[in-house]
Write a protein that binds this ligand. Structure first.
Ligand SMILES: [Zn+2]
Length: 518
């Protein structure tokens, strides 16, 4: 008893650096909100409770507002832009305080020097990395479409081991992309074993998110099972109208795997369009070896016919969404004026009717010039909601840090987290506020074993968001993507205000999340 009194006296006497008062606390665990006050000292949550009137250098009144842990985005491409916008405003303004990079099989190598550069840059959010299986393979085999030799596999395992020593949180695969696509499952399992033994997880942009999505989920589960590590279907979606509804079955596969003890989870973004390079419309074999080899294949008539046929198929039943108007350019370095124009519009502007066949020719012309990033409208709302509702799904944007105003990028970079809270909590009531916050904070923190973040509890790092749950809103859409989300009033990263009263501050308190320190 004496001890308790002494402790509470100490808490009263020692002023907090910051006291957040009258907060509606949603703590990231999924539990219902409760009213309370939060005291912060340094970079840490020092106390939560009835701290009314406790001395503090700064008191913030959060009456009527919601206070949550900072959001953790488990799938970003934030190295695109973080050195230009060190505040990562598109993320910070949604309350995202930790960015995880290196997904889809792609990461810088070696990881150590990249993480060193992040640390030296001084950025607003925290920043962690996966190591990419595709990048490892490219370093050893280039973009070759063949099996690796035992010697090459040994080399790849060594690179993966070094990346884990450098601080990676796990292994990402992009089995859809070149060169990940050329990798047999057994080879991925070999690398995964090394990463798993060192405490990492596996996260996969699957081989096929359209017709072959069931087999791809099975493969992702198998990599976890045989590799002996947690495994995650990343940005889970069902592409192509003919496949819509299959999320019923993919979620069942996840349930069944979990029932037999496989640690498999999911992340997703809340949009019915995806975004990647226009190369996604091409057969992977046609892209093997790089651009020069691709151009050579196009000049061989027989191969060109095969390539065209596959592009037509992909426009009809896969990522093309059944119509060239559903493929919209985001950024084209060879011709920036194409941004925002669809494959149908570009085809028509060249004096050809916008048939699927003609659009395939346009796609080839674009790819010959180096390709564009594009937005592909080919996902159903029912699948999006079903996947979001799964208890095993967390939120990840798959976004980047766009150059403000440039091109027509997917709005997910600016809107993902605010959109979940606005559209899927407030408007459609797909999720409760508490569950949505769990999927953005406590759950990804658990998944990555970031055990001092993701929850509002004494002793945790003070990554905190204060927002108006009635007003938080994503503003970015496909036509006008360059719009920051609204409704977030304060954002703390490691105890420092990076958004104060809705305004960006000069603080850049983000830290490198090193997997070795978990
Ligand atoms: Zn991806």
């Amino acid at each position: 008893m004496l001890k308790v009194i002494a402790l509470s006296f100490f808490l009263q006497a020692q002023p907090f650096d910051i006291l957040i008062q009258h907060a509606r606390i949603v703590d990231g665990s999924g539990n219902p909100w409760y009213l309370g006050n939060i005291g912060i000292r340094g970079d840490t949550i020092a106390a939560i409770g009835p701290l009314d009137g406790a001395p503090a250098k700064l008191v913030i009144d959060a009456k009527g507002l919601t206070v949550t842990p900072g959001f953790i985005d488990i799938h970003t491409h934030a190295r695109r832009g973080i050195f230009e916008d060190t505040a990562a405003q598109n993320y910070i303004r949604q309350g995202v305080t930790t960015l995880i990079e290196g997904p889809d099989g792609s990461s810088p190598l070696p990881l150590a020097s990249f993480l060193q550069k992040i640390a030296e840059t001084k950025i607003a959010p925290n920043f962690g990395m996966f190591v990419g299986q595709g990048s490892i393979r490219q370093q050893v085999l280039g973009l070759e479409n063949r099996k690796a030799t035992p010697e090459e596999i040994a080399k790849m395992k060594e690179i993966a081991r070094q990346a884990m020593l450098d601080g990676a949180l796990g292994l990402s695969t992009g089995l859809f992309y070149v060169p990940g696509n050329f990798t047999p499952t057994e080879e991925v399992v070999e690398i995964a074993k090394v990463v798993g033994a060192m405490g990492g997880i596996h996260i996969s942009h699957m081989r096929d998110e359209a017709e072959g999505v069931m087999d791809s989920v099975r493969e992702t589960i198998r990599i976890g099972e045989e590799g002996g590590l947690p495994t995650q279907v990343t940005h889970h979606k069902i592409i192509g109208a003919g496949n819509w509804g299959k999320s019923v079955d993919t979620l069942r596969l996840v349930e069944e795997a979990r029932a037999r003890g496989v640690d498999v989870t999911i992340d997703a973004y809340p949009y019915t369009a995806s975004s990647t390079g226009t190369g996604a419309l091409f057969p992977q074999w046609s892209l093997a070896g790089g651009q020069k080899a691709f151009l050579e294949r196009l000049s061989a008539p027989e191969q060109r016919v095969k390539i065209t046929a596959e592009i037509i198929r992909r426009i009809k039943v896969d990522r093309g969404g059944g119509d060239p108007k559903n493929v919209v350019m985001a950024n084209c370095s060879f011709d920036p004026s194409l941004a925002g124009k669809s494959l149908a519009e570009i085809t028509a502007s060249r004096g050809r009717p916008a048939t699927i066949e003609n659009a395939a020719e346009t796609a080839i012309e674009i790819q010959q010039k180096g390709g564009c990033s594009a937005v592909f409208h080919a996902i159903s709302e029912e699948d999006v909601e079903r996947i979001l509702r799964s208890p095993y799904t967390m939120i990840g944007s798959d976004g980047e840090i766009p150059q403000f105003g440039r091109g027509a990028p997917h709005p997910r970079s600016y809107g993902t987290f605010a959109r979940v809270l606005a559209r899927y909590v407030r408007e459609r009531k797909t999720l409760t506020l508490e569950d949505a916050v769990r999927k953005m904070s406590g759950y990804p923190a658990d998944r990555l074993r970031l055990l001092d973040r993701g929850l509002l509890r004494p002793g945790m790092k003070a990554d905190i968001v204060i927002f108006d749950a009635a007003k938080i809103q994503d503003k970015a859409d496909y036509a006008n993507p360059h719009q920051y989300a609204e409704g977030v009033r304060e954002v703390f990263v490691n105890g420092e205000l990076v958004i104060s009263g809705g305004q960006l501050t000069k603080a850049r308190p983000g830290r490198v999340i090193n997997g070795r320190n978990r």
